[in-house]
Design a protein around this ligand. Structure first.
Ligand SMILES: C[S@@+](CC[C@H](N)C(=O)[O-])C[C@H]1O[C@@H](n2cnc3c(N)ncnc32)[C@H](O)[C@@H]1O
Length: 292
């Protein structure tokens, strides 16, 4: 019996270490903390901790909302591996709303592009004089972005912590943080100060409604008090928990930004071939400007 406990325990440690290497920007700290606790509490006899607690496995959940919604970064990483599902978001050109409504880079020097994916928008923003901060959980997406649009050897990769690495180019005028947008370590000091402009294209709308409030809190934490947000979101007539993309109505925007000045700038038909196999009867892409 004692051997069985030890064997199971060792397997969990091996799994935890392997996971912390394979998924460096997700949960590793939690695996490592658990390993430490196991070592601290386990001698020859199986302890109460080993008997009663869930040991570290790939199923360890540190994100209660993600666990309920099934929309964790791990799910998105799988989407990136299985490109067919992600490809409809991916544009080959700079987004029309961004080109039309971008503010001047002299008034808004630093821009945050949350849930960056591999959008070419970040390159366009750098070329227009902005300092760009991206945040994306998929290393695959970020590596493709840098390899395809910037080129090998023209960028650097720094591992900041077991759960965060930073891809930089253009003399650090483009920095993409590969981590969970909800990670505590993602704070103004990590990204080198507050931003004054946020370009959210298909970010809020990609997150489950249960994640919206904490996402807005994170935007506020990372941006200056009078920052400007430009949001490109989808709307469809399905229920709000049908997605992604999750439908964002004008009422929802007002609920999420009750004390800010909200302006709807655009509203276009987005039902095209790329969304043809979805059940959405209508799909609109809308642009909102938020003055915080
Ligand atoms: C719908 S895509 C939009 C990508 C990009 N903004 C664009 O316009 O092409 C959403 C992206 O968010 C990333 N993502 C989802 N949840 C995340 C999280 N919690 N933290 C960081 N990135 C996340 C996904 O990997 C995916 O690349």
């Amino acid at each position: 019996m004692q051997w069985a406990y030890k064997h199971i325990f060792n397997c969990h440690i091996i799994t935890a270490v392997r996971n912390s290497i394979e998924y460096p920007h997700r949960q590793s700290l939690y695996y490592l903390k658990d390993i430490k606790r196991c070592f601290a509490t386990t001698k020859d006899e199986p302890t109460d901790y080993v008997r009663n607690q869930s040991l570290p496995t790939t199923q360890i959940i540190h994100d209660p909302i993600g666990a309920q919604t099934g929309m964790t970064p791990d799910d998105w990483m799988k989407r990136w591996e299985n490109k067919s599902k992600i490809i409809r978001w991916q544009l080959i050109d700079v987004h029309t709303f961004l080109k039309k409504y971008v503010p001047s880079s002299t008034t808004h020097k630093r821009v945050l592009v949350p849930l960056t994916g591999k959008t070419i928008d970040v390159i366009w923003l750098v070329e227009r004089g902005f300092e760009v901060i991206g945040v994306e959980c998929s290393t695959l997406a970020v590596r493709e972005l840098f390899d395809e649009y910037i080129g090998e050897k023209k960028y650097t990769v720094e591992s900041r912590s077991p759960t965060c690495s930073i891809y930089s180019a253009y003399e650090n005028r483009l920095m993409v943080f590969v981590c969970d947008i909800f990670a505590d370590e993602l704070n103004p000091s990590l990204i080198g100060g507050h931003v004054s402009f946020v370009w959210d294209r298909a970010a809020l709308t990609a997150l489950h409604p249960m994640d919206h409030a904490r996402y807005i809190r994170k935007l506020r934490q990372l941006s200056e008090r009078n920052a400007q947000y430009l949001l490109s979101v989808y709307w469809h007539p399905e229920s709000p928990d049908q997605g992604p993309p999750f439908a964002i109505s004008t009422e929802r925007i007002s609920e999420l930004f009750p004390h800010d000045k909200v302006l709807q700038l655009d509203d276009i038909d987005a039902k095209s071939e790329r969304w043809a196999d979805t059940t959405f009867e209508q799909l609109r892409e809308r642009c909102y400007q938020i003055e915080t």
